[in-house]
Design a protein around this ligand. Sequence first.
Ligand code: MG
Length: 164
Amino acid sequence: MSLRIGYGYDVHQLAEGEDLVIGGLTVPHEKGSVGHSDADVLLHVICDALLGALALGDIGTHFPDTDMAFKGIDSKVLLKRTWDLVQSHGWTLSNMDTTVCLQRPKLKPHIPQMRKCIAEVMEVEMGRIGIKATTTEKLGFVGTEEGVSAHAVVLLEPLASTSA
Ligand code: MG
């Protein structure tokens, strides 16, 4: 069976007066992520990994940050459109694994809701969605709370193989 793997990496600056949107949820915190869209670093790396798996470019190719249509947009809309594109090419999700790097606040209590949110947008089982969180031990831009980063890998399998 042929499989496709994809990888995504993204960074957003943190600033006061912004919402901290991660995995489709707004996480209560005194700082939030800065970006053209809602700056959801986790959904962005998932989009990039999905696109990368099929060599379809990246999130900036499909949703340019120069386009006012995407100003402040809910990244769940970007994920849904990206996922529709992947499925239209004949592929579905085997699984994904992701890590969010954030010094504060602790994300662990929010991870079940993030997994549920992503599973609902993509209409796949929660068991296929892995989310982990780590600090960077106060090192680097994550550790100094200047930014948030995330990594994702996805594995795609042919659509037909799941219905067979
Ligand atoms: Mg981004």
